[in-house]
Each structure stands twice: as C-alpha cells, then as structure tokens.
Design a binder for this molecule. Structure first.
Ligand SMILES: [Zn+2]
Ligand SMILES: [Zn+2]
Length: 293
C-alpha cells in the first residue's frame, strides 16, 4: 500500500446487528450455502460448469463491468437505448442492486475514495468491511446514492429496472430448471440452478468485491492518485478488467482500464468488438500524454 492515508488513525465501522439489512444478509448466506452443493457429485454436470462460466461473463462482464460501471456510471462510451436496457438486465441478474443504487454508490466511492464518506474503503474501515460487510448494512446514504444517479432516475426504463432488479434472476432460475428438467430430468435442472445461479452469483460477487477490497490494498500503482487504489492482475482476471483500478481512479472516464500492453482488459476489447458491429461509439480514452510511462 502506497497511500499516505494508510498511516493515519481511523474510526473503523464494524458489524452492528441493529443496522444489518437482513434480506441482503440472508440472500448472500443462502447463495453461499447453495454454492456448496456444487461440490456434491449428484449436483455436478459439465453443462452446469459451462452455463456458470458463460453467465459469469454475461452478468459480471457485460452486466456489472461493461454496463453498470463503464457505461452507466462513467459514460465511457455510447450505445443504443435498447442495448443499454438489455445490458442493464444482464447486470440485474448479478443481484448487486438496481442501476440507480449501484451507480450512485459507486459515484460516491469516487467522490470520497478512501476518506470519510467512502462506502467501502479498506483504508478507512478494514478489508472485511470493504469486501462484504458494507453491503450487508442498511445504508443511511441510500438517498445520497439516489441523488448521485439523478440522470438514471430521470430515465423511465432505468427507474423501473431499479425497482424490479430482483426479478430477472428468478425468471432465469425457472428457465434453467425447466430446460434442464426437459433435457434429462430434475437432477440436471437442480444442477443448473446450483451452478448457473448460486455458484455463478457468488463468483461474480467476490470478483466485484475484490475490486473494492484487494484493489485498494495490494498491487502496484501507475499513477499517484489521492486514494489507495492499486493495479492487481488477479483481480483484473476475476473481474473482467476491473483490477487495473489505479489506472481507473486516475482516468475515470476511460473505457480502457488496462493501459499498459500487459494489462489485459477483456471488457475494453468487448467494447471495441461492440464498436465493430455498431453497438458502441464515442469511446473515451486517455490522451497520449496521460498514459503511464
Ligand atoms: Zn476504487
Ligand atoms: Zn469507477
């Protein structure tokens, strides 16, 4: 950790039972318990593994990283409205909250990075808080999060997706079970739910959460930003490019987070591929003299 802020005394937030958001806590614990069943032979299927990997990319890569983060939070590129809604639905499947709350919370993180007011700073409140406990608590800053995403609140489609974000996951689970049941029977249907919903959702959870915790703790820095953000290769792999987080804090609107040749950023190349078929334009990049030396 290279930030000078790491050395100062901090009043850490901790777990307070009275402030826990119980539906969120129960949901996160239930998904972890469901994911444990993936190791039981009766629940294993290679088709389940492939479905889980593909849905990790769809919900974590296209949904959270490409849509919630680079498109909706930072407007790193433009895309047709119908495609924005499709990508937002992919993000809703990750069960990390609706677009207004996710985007608003992340904008607050950038406004107060690693200082008082940051919803998830390992420097301020410890690694475990920044990784998971912050999202298990009721947020008195909920109104502020909505305020920070007024552009999305003005959008009729985004407003409704924010209210109904929890629904698509149930529709997907029913489809997975129904198709698995039709192909081979109830055990394959259950296997696809365990792998394609429970395990996949927690893999994407931890991929995203490591950006908040590990990528403000370990790794190297290309830019001397005021926060403790770092570039961390294994978080970049787990989160479809988000682990080049120091680059991102330095150039927040850049569509590319990996800025050196070896900083592989799958989401940036996905945006470039979308541009080839006319689904991404006005892609924002740092100026040549802003690139890391
Ligand atoms: Zn950050
Ligand atoms: Zn950001």
């Amino acid at each position: 950790m290279t930030s000078s802020k790491a050395d100062r005394p901090v009043q850490r937030r901790g777990i307070h039972l009275s402030q826990l958001d119980w539906p969120v806590v129960i949901g996160i614990v239930a998904l972890h318990v469901g994911a444990v069943f993936a190791v039981f032979p009766a629940m294993f299927s290679w088709s389940g593994v492939l479905i889980a990997l593909f849905l990790c990319w769809v919900t974590g890569g296209w949904g959270i990283t490409l849509c919630y983060h680079r498109l909706l939070t930072h407007r790193s590129f433009k895309t047709p409205k119908w495609f924005e809604y499709f990508l937002t639905t992919c993000a809703c499947l990750a069960w990390q909250g609706g677009p207004v709350n996710w985007v608003g919370t992340h904008r607050i993180h950038h406004k107060h990075s690693d200082e008082e007011g940051d919803p998830h700073s390992p420097v301020q409140d410890g690694f475990a808080w920044a990784h998971v406990f912050w999202c298990m608590h009721k947020h008195t800053d909920g109104i502020r999060a909505a305020d920070a995403a007024k552009d999305l609140q003005r959008d009729f489609g985004q407003r409704w997706l924010n209210k109904l974000f929890i629904v698509p996951q149930f529709v997907l689970a029913a489809l997975l079970f129904g198709i698995g049941y039709a192909v081979e029977g109830p055990m394959l249907g259950l296997s696809w739910i365990v792998w394609g919903v429970c395990l996949r959702t927690i893999l994407v959870y931890h991929g995203t959460w490591f950006v908040n915790s590990a990528s403000h703790t370990w790794g190297y820095r290309n830019f001397e930003t005021k926060d403790a953000s770092t570039n961390l290769w294994w978080v970049a792999l787990l989160s479809f490019g988000e682990g080049w987080h120091n680059n991102h804090h330095a150039h927040q609107r850049s569509a590319a987070h990996g800025l050196r040749w070896y900083e592989f950023d799958l989401t940036y190349w996905t945006i470039r591929a979308l541009a080839l078929v006319g689904l991404a334009r006005d892609i924002v990049m740092p100026e040549p003299d802003q690139m890391p030396r």
